[in-house]
Design a protein around this ligand. Structure first.
Ligand code: NAP
Length: 293
């Protein structure tokens, strides 16, 4: 009997020390009995075109793309899916023949994680988001597409938040007065959270191995108990923001469910099959436990 050719999947990023995607994607491939290896590829910027060209070979199913290449990879692909184009970033590449197609699964991962873990539906809700980077783009797109009552984007760099809003207003049907951009300062944020149903942290403030480890992006702000606080950070699972929110009586959600769900959607795009989510979560949790501190 001829053995099936071993297929390959890559995670393109730089640096890659933090990622748990290889652990949970490999677990899903193994669970499904698919003969494929998911490998981290730490690619320095000058080598990105060569790394993308490698994806055109017949032994490759596709790739994930992480920081800092989610935008830079776009001109190197043959087609970009409509959602990825609207968000302005690609986190998943699928090889079809010799053509490479780019997708973004972060927005759906954000919504699925929220829905599965808390039952929270975005439609009609008042949302405050901290950050205006790559992850924030996907979150803001998902929020506006889901018909939130309001979306306030706080960022240190106000111009960046305004650009994000402007870009999304071109591609989503946002009603007047729904979305606004504000400079991140304690007084304005304290005022905004009083009338908020969902607070999302899409900044790295509080992440392990950063200068802000152990701190909160909402330091010194009274968090209402009626609110749900969703931190996209998954290492640590319990950030200072989530600990403060829980102490104030608010519901909390960390970023692991989003991570696994964006990965599950990528898996389905590469293989045409739904992965075993439980196997993915187990592997992600085990990999995180090994990376703590
Ligand atoms: P990014 O593109 O570099 O954007 C970072 C954002 O955070 C920018 O808006 C930046 O503000 C802001 N920021 C950085 N340091 C800050 C500080 N000290 N105080 C206030 N704001 C600060 O990063 P990203 O890719 O969007 O990732 C953001 C976070 O989301 C990371 O923690 C990442 O791990 C997490 N994430 C999680 C998932 C998941 O699946 N759970 C997926 C993607 C990302 P300026 O514009 O002012 O610089």
């Amino acid at each position: 009997m001829v053995k099936p050719m071993l297929q390959h999947l890559f995670l393109l990023g730089h640096p890659l020390g933090h990622s748990v995607s290889p652990a949970f994607q490999q677990a899903a491939l193994d669970h499904a009995g698919i003969s494929a290896r998911y490998e981290p590829a730490d690619v320095p910027p000058q080598d990105l075109p060569t790394a993308v060209a490698r994806l055109r070979q017949p032994d490759v199913l596709g790739a994930n793309v992480t920081v800092p290449y989610k935008e830079a990879v776009m001109p190197l692909l043959d087609e970009i899916d409509g959602r990825a184009r609207a968000i302005g970033a690609v986190n998943t590449i699928v090889r079809r023949g010799r053509r490479l197609q780019g997708y973004n699964t972060d927005a759906d991962g954000f919504v699925q994680g929220l829905r599965e873990r808390t039952g929270f539906e975005l439609g009609g809700q008042r949302v405050v988001m901290l950050g205006a980077g790559g992850a924030a783009r996907a979150v803001a797109f998902a929020a506006l597409e889901s018909g939130v009552a309001s979306l306030t984007i706080f960022n240190r760099d106000l111009e960046r938040a305004r650009r994000l809003l402007n870009d999304l207003e071109q591609v989503t049907s946002v009603g007047p007065g729904i979305a606004r951009a504000m400079l991140l300062d304690t007084k304005s944020l304290a005022g905004a959270v009083v009338e908020t149903d969902l607070l999302v942290n899409a900044t790295p403030v509080g992440m392990y191995h950063t200068a802000s480890e152990g701190t909160s992006p909402a330091e010194g702000i009274v968090l209402p108990a009626s609110m749900l606080v969703y931190d996209l950070i998954y290492n640590p699972r319990q950030t200072r923001l989530l600990l403060d929110a829980a102490a104030a009586g608010a519901r909390t959600l960390d970023g692991l469910a989003m991570l696994v769900h964006q990965g599950a959607e990528a898996f389905a795009l590469w293989t045409g099959r739904q992965p075993n989510l439980e196997a993915m979560f187990r592997a992600a949790e085990a990999a995180l436990a090994g990376k703590k501190g």
